[in-house]
Design a protein around this ligand. Sequence first.
Ligand SMILES: [Fe+2]
Ligand SMILES: [Fe+2]
Length: 261
Amino acid sequence: MKKVLFLGDIVGRPGRTFLAERLVSLRRRHGIDVVVANAENAAGGSGLNARIANELTSIGVDAITLGDHTWDQKGFDREIAALDQVCRPANMPESCPGQTSLVVEKEGFRLGVFTVMGRIFMGANRCPFLVADRILEQLKTECDAILVEIHAEATSEKVAMGWHLDGRAAAVIGTHTHIPTGDARVLPKGTAYLTDAGMTGPYRSVLGREIQPVLERFLDGMPRRFDVASGDVRISGALIDMDETSGRSQAIELLTVCRDK
Ligand SMILES: [Fe+2]
Ligand SMILES: [Fe+2]
């Protein structure tokens, strides 16, 4: 059995700092073999850059995924190709730079990882279901288990992806809403599923940003600067028991670590 920790969107310096403080002890306490993290909000709350990707690797993140904020940091389109540990969503246009999947190898265990983005309220991505089918086929010959991330807004699209891949992926984990959901379960054919892993960042916030400017914008519609918040920082993710021989999962739970408690 292998333990995989999947962390929801790391938000800004508060998320990175708290993760750096706790990841070594979390790995030890839970016997974690592989850590995968979405880092689409890791740089100042929007996007990623090479320096921060390498910082995350140095603290123990084995594979880094992204979402709709992939290109928010200037110049990242030129950096991404050189980052072996990073993949961008697979169903972006094919011409985009960056890898579409990763294979992490740890003590002989090979975990395939890729992300697809949803299409409901998410812009014009290629069909996540068909792209997932295709990448699963490519990866299954070179991996013991595959983790698929569905980075999407709509719960219906996310749970539908779980059912679509049940028995074919070891795990289907949702991200993007930054709100952890309470539905972690293993589907009948052995796919661990969670609608949203939540964010690794400040929860005294609106999705990681300071509350007041977001609230004011809802009230009057005027544009404002949304700084990353700092209160109630938590690590949030899914802890999954994967069977490396069958490529399916035995258990999944939502893992939450609070700084202020
Ligand atoms: Fe995000
Ligand atoms: Fe997102």
